[in-house]
Design a protein around this ligand. Structure first.
Ligand code: ADP
Ligand code: ZN
Ligand code: ZN
Length: 803
């Protein structure tokens, strides 16, 4: 009998987005299964592919044989393969891209395949010679043999274990670091001496001058600055930098002890929230819940007890938390409750570490995964609950192909496994809350905090008023006074600097003029050490001006204050305060994030100053004051969600205050105190915010009243971009109903990046059965041009970034 495998090949193109049949050589009969990757001949080339089906007939008259095996076991479950088909249709990607998105990066890199004998006595005689030297053997050594059936059986019986040894630098136990050897003064001197033409060396000097970094991973440094190794070499020769190897740990949690925690007895409010979830778990029915609970209402405890109920049924749990909230505190809570049953997946792990965590799931060694977005593809086969914490976080949307939202994947998997999906947030997205209001999702409300103190009081300070009254400092008088009181009482404060949206841009405080890059149409960023304005996208720079080119005002300065500058001013104003600064610079080293938080938790500092990374998930009993330095930087971003995002962020940050016995206070500094998102966040009034924002969305025809699709076209020539976008817009106009609103062609909010022009067309619609077909046609039509002329056409259904 001849067997055939249907294979989806790794060529992401329309013509190859289907299965091709190959013959399975006799030695692999019964060994090759769907979900394994193989190498196959494709035209003159050898390429990778995923086996999707094994069958004993084919309609193809002449098939070629599979060349070799990439996997020894299936790496995708039947459910995930089915999910990939769904993902393809729902994001308009190719099947192969959907498969790739589900796998850890390590499986796309170089690795060696090992077979490890867990029980040498169980290995049959014919295989014993392979294990004479040790209990592990490279799979390649078996390649020529005919033992595959036996091997498969031994793997199933757990006598043999498959291990992929990942060949990336990170999986090694050491890493290369660059260490600064000299003082800032010496760096500045070097800047004067080194020729201006040695741009890369200047970049390096600037980096160390601006960031206060003492030591940094070499690879990160090269990537970050986009420079070659020779510049580093030059500075090493001058004695400015030193290169060395430093030990790293493979398992980031392996050396830590977790105190075992017990389930707390639930409050009335928690009890009422968990009952419907437990019911869905017991009945094995799919139901979607929105857990609408204010910050500090005890949502996490409810999650953990629901997970516990699932584990008792012998099932598995997926818990998603936003990358930024994957703080050691959150991980600790799950690890202390569920111990070694937990795998943790986040971007701070190296490629090898991520593979190790994935492998624990794949081998069913763990029952719970706590992770960021991509953990939604955890290869569990018996999922009993999926929880998405901070459901409103935009990091759940993937911005590359396949452009999926983790919430949609969760609901799809929940339907498949007939299990509950819990979406938790103090500030659910309008889309989600609207569905809950309509009864599509079940609403679970927790409006009381665990602590007796209730929600913290919020004072909104108008910074324009401060300026008018002669206070030029970035601290309002009220905030400064409250910080002082905290110092006197020995309580702690958190200062939050909103850097999202704009970072350190220069704006005229009188007329609002912002300096932009001439190549990218985005505001330039201020770099202090060189006193230059730089573009983040293309590297363009120009000197800082002292007056506004538009109105000649002298109130023209560096606006989005950097954390470093805030720290300086703080130490001037409150010389006795002990300050911990947390931003990308102070946390670039592995583990430093955690160490800084630990110090703050141990009350070794009075003030924690930071960016987005401190907005979420922190729970410290002595924090009684939260100060938001600039509440409204995000309101200026051209995005219909900017009010929603501002409201969410302010609510999250305020939620860090007064979570335990001591009452909390919040000071929000803003230039737009009258804006409803600032005002309503101040009174913790989500429901009013929801009503107000819904009216605006309805008026302007935005989600949740309309669905959105975004088509973005980019190319070096403006005329090309305009004509193509125009053609696409016209085509869509013909294909869609009169109800659809098609906006475009218009320039994207960032109209140019790296001298590539960007045009877009936004489609707002309620029901358009033809839309997917029409968009598919668009992609197909431009594919050849995409390949030959570097034209790019991106389609994003339900976009989160309209830039
Ligand atoms: P949320 O996730 O809603 O912001 P948390 O789960 O962090 O809230 O809970 C806030 C605090 O209350 C935490 O310190 C938590 O340990 C505590 N807590 C939660 N549930 C209970 C309970 N049933 N009994 C006692 N303390 C609890
Ligand atoms: Zn001006
Ligand atoms: Zn630029």
């Amino acid at each position: 009998m001849t067997y055939y495998a249907s294979v989806i090949v790794d060529v992401p193109a329309k013509q190859t987005d289907r299965a091709f049949d190959y013959e399975i050589p006799a030695k692999w009969h019964g060994f090759i299964q769907p979900g394994m990757r193989v190498n196959v001949p494709f035209g003159p080339r050898q390429i990778q592919g995923f086996v999707v089906e094994v069958k004993d007939n084919t309609t193809i008259p002449k098939t070629r044989p599979i060349t070799s095996l990439i996997d020894i076991q299936p790496i995708l479950t039947p459910e995930l393969m089915r999910l990939a088909d769904w993902l393809r249709d729902y994001t308009l990607c190719f099947t192969i891209s959907a498969y790739q998105a589900m796998l850890p990066a390590a499986l796309k890199a170089k690795y060696e395949k090992w077979l490890i004998a867990t029980d040498l006595g169980g290995v049959p005689a014919e295989l014993q010679p392979f294990f004479h030297a040790s209990n592990r053997v490279k799979f390649e050594e078996m390649a020529g043999t005919s033992h595959f059936k036996t091997i498969k059986q031994l793997i199933e019986e757990d006598v043999l274990e498959v291990y992929y040894e990942v060949k990336d630098k990170l999986s090694k136990k050491t890493r290369r670091v660059m260490e600064l050897q000299v003082s800032k003064e010496a760096l500045l001197k070097a800047k004067e001496k080194i020729s201006a033409r040695a741009a890369a060396q200047h970049k390096l000097l600037d980096f160390f001058l601006e960031t206060n970094t003492e030591k940094i991973d070499k690879k990160t440094l090269l990537e970050e600055l986009q420079i070659g190794t020779s510049a580093i070499g030059a500075l090493v020769k001058l004695g400015i930098l030193k290169e060395k190897d430093e030990e790293i740990y493979r398992d980031p949690y392996e050396n830590r002890e977790f105190k075992k925690s017990q389930a707390l007895s639930l409050t009335q409010q928690q009890q009422e929230a968990i009952i419907p979830i437990l019911h869905s778990i017991e009945q094995h029915t799919h139901e979607a819940f929105v857990m609408f609970g204010v910050t500090g209402s005890g949502k996490t405890e409810v999650y953990m007890q629901a997970v516990d109920a699932v584990l008792k049924q012998g099932k598995e749990a997926i818990v998603l938390v936003p990358e930024i909230a994957l703080t050691p505190q959150m991980v600790n809570r799950f690890k202390s409750r569920f111990g070694s049953d937990v795998a943790v997946m986040h971007s701070g792990l190296g490629m090898g570490e991520k593979y190790d965590e994935w492998r624990k799931i794949h081998r069913k060694e763990v029952k719970v995964v706590v992770g960021a977005r991509s953990a939604i593809f955890a290869p569990f086969e018996n999922v009993g609950i999926i929880i998405i914490d901070e459901e409103h976080e935009t990091s759940y949307k993937q911005e590359d192909t396949p452009r999926y939202h983790a919430r949609d994947i969760a609901l799809e998997r929940g339907r498949y496994h007939q299990c509950p999906v819990v979406l938790g947030s103090a500030t659910p997205t309008l889309e989600t809350f609207a569905r809950a209001s309509k009864g599509v999702y079940k609403l679970l409300t927790m409006d009381k905090r665990m602590s007796e103190q209730g929600m913290p009081s919020v004072e909104i300070v108008d910074m324009r008023e401060e300026l008018r009254e002669g206070n030029r400092s970035m601290f309002s008088r009220s905030l400064l006074e409250k910080l002082q009181t905290r110092l006197e009482r020995g309580e702690q404060s958190v200062l939050f600097l909103n850097k999202r949206g704009y970072s350190s841009f220069v704006m005229c405080r009188d007329c609002g003029y912002v300096v932009e890059c001439p190549h990218c149409d985005i505001s330039l960023t201020y770099h202090r050490s060189s006193n230059q304005m730089k573009c983040h996208y293309c590297g363009y720079e120009e000197p800082v001006r002292s007056t506004c080119p538009s109105c000649d005002s002298e109130h023209f300065r560096f606006f989005g204050t950097g954390t470093q500058k805030v720290e300086e001013e703080l130490t001037k104003l409150l010389p006795h305060a002990r300050v911990i600064r947390m931003d990308v610079d102070t946390t670039s080293r592995k583990g430093s994030h955690e160490k800084l938080l630990q110090q703050f938790g141990d009350r070794k500092a009075d003030i924690l100053l930071g960016t987005q990374m401190i907005a979420k998930g922190l729970d410290f009993p002595y924090v009684t004051l939260v100060g938001v330095l600039t509440a409204d930087t995000m309101l200026n971003v051209p995005d219909f969600r900017s009010s929603e995002k501002t409201f969410q962020l302010l609510t999250q940050v305020s939620g860090r205050a007064g979570r335990h016995e001591l009452a909390g206070e919040v000071v929000v500094q803003t230039y737009s105190p009258e804006h409803y998102s600032v005002e309503l966040a101040g009174t913790h009034n989500y429901l009013d915010f929801y009503q107000k924002e819904m009216q605006i969305r309805k008026l302007h025809q935005y989600p949740p009243f309309y669905f959105l699709a975004l088509v973005t076209v980019t190319h070096q020539e403006l005329t090309k971009v305009v004509t193509v976008t125009e053609k696409i817009t016209n085509f869509l106009n013909m294909q869609l109903s009169d109800e659809a609103v098609i906006l475009g062609p218009v320039a994207s909010p960032i109209a140019r990046i790296k001298d590539r022009y960007r045009y877009q067309c936004i489609i707002k619609y309620k029901r358009e059965p033809n839309l997917h077909e029409a968009l598919k046609t668009v992609i197909e039509k431009y594919q050849t041009q995409m390949d030959q002329e570097k034209l790019a056409v991106h389609i994003d259904l339900n976009p989160y970034m309209l830039m």
